[in-house]
Ligand binder design. Sequence first.
Ligand SMILES: Cc1cc2nc3c(=O)[nH]c(=O)nc-3n(C[C@H](O)[C@H](O)[C@H](O)COP(=O)(O)OP(=O)(O)OC[C@H]3O[C@@H](n4cnc5c(N)ncnc54)[C@H](O)[C@@H]3O)c2cc1C
Length: 265
Amino acid sequence: MSTLHIVVCIKVVPKPEEIAVDQETMLLIRDGVRSEINPPDMNAIEMALKLKDQYGGRISILSMGPLFFADYLRAPLAMGADHIYLMSDRQFGGADTLATTYTLAAGIRKLGNVDLIFCGEESSDGATGQVPAGLAEWLGINQLTQMDEVVIDPKKKLARGRREIKGGHLTLETPFPVVISAKTACNEPRFMDYTIKPWAFEEGRITIWRREDLEVEDDHIGLSGSPTRVSGLKQAPGRSRQRKFLKGNPAEIANQLGKILQATS
Ligand SMILES: Cc1cc2nc3c(=O)[nH]c(=O)nc-3n(C[C@H](O)[C@H](O)[C@H](O)COP(=O)(O)OP(=O)(O)OC[C@H]3O[C@@H](n4cnc5c(N)ncnc54)[C@H](O)[C@@H]3O)c2cc1C
């Protein structure tokens, strides 16, 4: 029985068309907006599932966020992951990447015996791309970033990753445990398996961790653990679209179009 233990860090993000910012707190409005699993995290899930197909073991999904994240996180279970751990507490709210990575690291330590930690390359809302490296730093372990392919030798506890570089590829090798971020769109995430979907949506598939369940310092989590402050936010003016029907024969219409393009360029 393989003891391989893989963790995939998943963020649930507002759908792009729903992104809005609370003008008072300067924080993203998350409650009540249509959300989705951060698209690059689907590539991280698929990378982990491919290794589980080959070597067995188990996949734990780890996420930090509000309780409504829970239902979005069940989809990876229906793809083949084993259990969800959601770290959710008001005290975790408003975290910048320093506080987020500190809290995720505490979650990884609580899981214990973790060999590989997969992340997406970046989130579609904060998009700092800082979390994989920050996580490796707090855990004091190696990292392989923006990998488009990962192979492992579970017996030797070694991981080898490939990253695209100008004119070729770079191959990196490191012992377990390691944080790996998956290059966005590096693979085709599989569909949910409808024979296991009912299992994925049953009770008992999700463990919720509150502040008191984790070994963390209060001044390192949430807003109090975040040196980054959003001091101001300006919404870029949207471009309004106009529609104008041009009348006349083709030559006249081409002429009118030429004048409009000149005037607007
Ligand atoms: C518009 C905007 C701008 C921001 N700018 C900054 C900033 O400049 N500096 C700063 O410190 N913070 C910033 N933040 C806050 C930051 O988004 C959060 O700290 C967030 O939790 C982590 O950063 P990220 O979204 O950039 O993650 P990234 O580093 O872009 O995410 C990479 C990967 O890390 C994993 N991951 C990220 N967040 C979580 C999570 N909550 N749970 C599980 N896995 C996760 C996922 O696998 C993800 O694919 C910003 C937030 C917003 C909405």
